[in-house]
Design a protein around this ligand. Sequence first.
Ligand code: ATP
Length: 352
Amino acid sequence: MSNPQRGSVEFRAIRKNYGGFTAIPNLNLTIEPGQLVTLLGPSGCGKTTTLRMLAGLETPSAGSILIGGQDVTRLPANRRDVTMVFQSYALFPHMSVIENIAYGLESGGMGRSEAKAAADKGLDLVGLGGLGKRLPSELSGGQQQRVAVARALVLEPQVLLLDEPLSNLDARLRRRVRTEIRELQQRLGFTAVYVTHDQDEALAVSDRIIVMNQGEIAQDGSPNALYEAPASEFIADFIGEANVVSGEIWSNDGNRAHLRIGGMETTLPVQGNLAGPVRVALRPNAFTLGAASGLAGRVLSAAYLGDHAEYEIDTELGRLFVVDRSDRALLPSGSQITLGLSGQGVAVVGRS
Ligand code: ATP
């Protein structure tokens, strides 16, 4: 009988101490089957520890972990029905690509010819059909990582764990392989937990991003929600570029608030009756240049980037990073300019 919870993950009140140091104080997290969920956060925030506890490579100090509805807290790694793709690929250098992929199946008890057929299929899946006889050293880095993904996928785990899988690839390849991993995950519908410290990568691949800070969940939501409605200065700063400045809500009817920021004004949807001095995150696209009234500024630096221009503008709110996608000619350094708000890219991130 198929398990309706197959592929689900649950962390219940998980704590992890390393000696006297508490890396994770109390983690509660549920992951739905078929989602690609990214653990994102600065170095040392606990994302690798979280992934390794799910894999069975670290033991929680307290709490329980469920995979597919089954409590696996005390199960060893090899009995957990998860497989991990490491940043180092960890392919056996003396074995061919096909042997590498078939290895896990054979050591799990599958006969040689059946394992080889499954490995061939796995190789096709990642677009490397025909390269099975090569040694790993005869493949590019991106191809090796795809072999590592194929090797994990042929085991048909409930959950695929990816630990910074792209960090050994150069920027262009990283973009391509991340698209491939996402495409594969959506096509096959498996659950994936993906660890990265690269926010662009997280925005690009995830159904849901869990941003961690000092062992706790700082915010949990879709890429869009995190970018459009960061819950704190930390998130606004961490996800995308943001100018975090002081402003004031001078009226609020519980649905829409009127916000004044250094002579610029806008309205935005709010929940609750927040009023008075607030901290506001302004995305680089939040501004209009050359407004009739607003915030006076002086261009400190200007860069032409084809489809947009980037400016650093000195204002009474501090230096602002501004992106202009209009067809206005590039403003030279030293120009005086009045900034207004475009109505997008504004989020209140806390009280002042
Ligand atoms: P990075 O992006 O640098 O890999 P991370 O978010 O994955 O960081 P973890 O590796 O989970 O962070 O570490 C979380 C905290 O636990 C850090 O403060 C780290 O120093 C500590 N830590 C991790 N492993 C151990 C260990 N084996 N012994 C002691 N402390 C550890």
